[in-house]
Design a protein around this ligand. Sequence first.
Ligand code: FAD
Length: 458
Amino acid sequence: AFQLEPKAKVSDACASYADLDQLNDRLYPYIHNLANNTDFFSYYRLNLYNKECPFWSDESGACGNIACAVTTVENQDDVPAIWRAEELSKLEGPKAQHPGRKQQKERQRPLLDQLGESVGESCVVEYDDECDERDYCVPDDEGAPGKGDYVSLADNPERFTGYAGEGAHQVWEAIYRENCFSRPISRRNSIDASGSSAPIFGLSQGQAQAALDFKQVLRAHKRDEAISVPEEETTANFEDECLEKRVFYRVISGMHAAISTHLCHDYLNQSTGQWGPNLQCYRDRLHEHPERISNLYFNYALVLRAVGKLRDYVQDYTFCTGDSAQDKKTKNMIRLLADNIPPGPQIFDESVMFQDTPTIDGISLKDDFKNRFRNVSRVMDCVGCDKCRLWGKVQTNGFGTALKVLFEFGSSTEEAKEKPLLRRTELVALINTLDKISGAMKALEHFREMLIAEQGGK
Ligand code: FAD
């Protein structure tokens, strides 16, 4: 049976599991339709291929490239080519090269002329090198020679790819290590300041070295001296942590849980060649870890609250796909979604976070939180499978955007008035991330039904 009490409140949020399930039953069709059936939300621009992993090098043996990251599906040679991990990892659909800044403007010149002066250039031309201190994510073109590609998200669903093993573990481990504000440091899972290493998810020596290199990077950023990696995510571990640090961990763990849910629900049975839900995968990765499921629900509350806060913002947003009828429809769809989200802090109350207390400086804590989240977004360039990297980037940007909306929105500075608060990529990532969480909750419901049916059949 499902181990979370449906009527219990999702800790750190303001609604129960049952409330959120009910809400999702109602909202899922809106969210899914918006994310998958509008041009605006189903194309994403990102730099998928031109950025190197900033934390470890391929030579260290702990690489983030496809060749060494996808070797873990057993007996690759026995598997038909189309089912091999590297094939499964590839992107589908045409990829358009992203035009340079000058080209972008030139291309849009006729449209700009046609629209006249009342339409802002920013709506038609999306420059990709603008970022500011309010961002929780590193803009995807940071330091990149090429500016990225447009990818159809609808053509590349998040599903099983076969990406696993040391490469994948190292990325997760690096992500969780960003959560080292003040987690209780377990001796077994820590790297001490002298540099000696203990096993982390059973890392090889090369990987442990890479982890140490990563630590050097953290040191350069004046981070904690001792790094801890959560062995497991029990709520007991959270007791001596402040809300913000807990929230950081829950966002990551909830994102991990959503990825696991999608890959278990859209799994390739390599003996039959059939795609479908894998109940054992669900049992191992989710059902036996209710805290992971709880973190996924927490993320739903957090992201939904952010989307709800955009109600007024999207009112004035110009979607600019070049088709005004479609733009109007898109706006109506997002407004309808926002209108159905409970207003105010009924599901998540961000106002209690980053407050000054006698022992905590709210602003410094927020800066720390932001910097750590930016590092999580950088780690995505170390993901060694194209499709996983795509969705990893979409989702970190989506959470970064949600955090930005929750904690930076409503700033009345002149700068905020001048600049559009959200870039197109941020809005697209936010809605698609919500779609991933919402879809994962539906998939979990399906798994629970399958489990009950299986138990009933015995
Ligand atoms: P992993 O999922 O790799 O987990 C490693 C360890 O983290 C576990 O042993 C456990 O201790 C801990 N852990 C697991 N889940 C949680 C949680 N929710 N909260 C806290 N701790 C946890 N594979 C695909 O098939 N399709 C994809 O689209 C895909 N996308 C990915 C995106 C990213 C960014 C990354 C890093 C990996 C992705 N993968 C994807 C790989 C996938 O996430 C797993 O790494 C892989 O399936 C191997 O799983 P595992 O059982 O070894 O444990």
